[in-house]
Design a protein around this ligand. Sequence first.
Ligand SMILES: Nc1ncnc2c1ncn2[C@@H]1O[C@H](COP(=O)(O)OP(=O)(O)O)[C@@H](O)[C@H]1O
Ligand SMILES: [Mg+2]
Length: 244
Amino acid sequence: MAFAVEAKDIRMTYGEGRARVEVLKGVDLSVRPGEVVAVMGPSGSGKTTLLNILGLVTEPTGGRLVLGGQDIYGGRFRPNLQRLRRERLGFIFQFANLIPFLTARENVLLSLDLLGLGGRAARQRADELLGSLGVAERAHLLPEKLSGGERQRVAIARALANDPKLILADEPTASLDAERGLSVMRLLRRLADEHGTAVLVVTHDTRMLGEVTGVIRLEDGAVQAEDARLVPLTKAPKEIGISS
Ligand SMILES: Nc1ncnc2c1ncn2[C@@H]1O[C@H](COP(=O)(O)OP(=O)(O)O)[C@@H](O)[C@H]1O
Ligand SMILES: [Mg+2]
């Protein structure tokens, strides 16, 4: 099976001279459709940097990146990154970052609008997305009227607007209590199982690992341990070198 994303020898250096910091020193990873891979590692180990590179937000200083079979960096041609991001990727962050003066539905509609979908079809799709995340009856509310878990569900609905092939989630459960965090992880797992979405999720919480198919541990700028094989649902992945 083709990889949803494949990274080879990804390097990232910030600054120059004495301020030079080598954050990623040659990261290799690959995620297949339907896999949910957790990225763990100490604070400052480059997890967010790595996600931003895989999400085509940051250009790495070196290495090869292939997204859905298409060469991004390191190939002969440079594809239209903005378009790839809009059409193929979904982003979820620690905080929902909803637009405060728009309702839940309008936040999702905004994403659909960016994809060129408007009118009744867009409203239908927005309600369908919110419904599939269990927040249909909250659609008319402003973010401030929603709980943290509900906001995160709306943010996920928004991230799914383009039916992404790859979801990049940076500590999506960190602002939630254990139960709500677990329910977000289950949602991600369900997407992977039912739609073949590939998911890369940064988390510090080992309780979330029951829902993932693999774990990557980032340390000293490289992947120190990896077990990204598919494992059956509800079975915890084999963990290597995870301390907390
Ligand atoms: N834009 C930037 N400019 C300079 N240094 C950065 C930048 N972004 C991140 N860093 C540095 O890169 C390292 C990794 O950061 P980050 O990717 O945010 O790690 P993590 O998400 O694992 O906590 C840190 O030392 C951070 O200070
Ligand atoms: Mg981070």
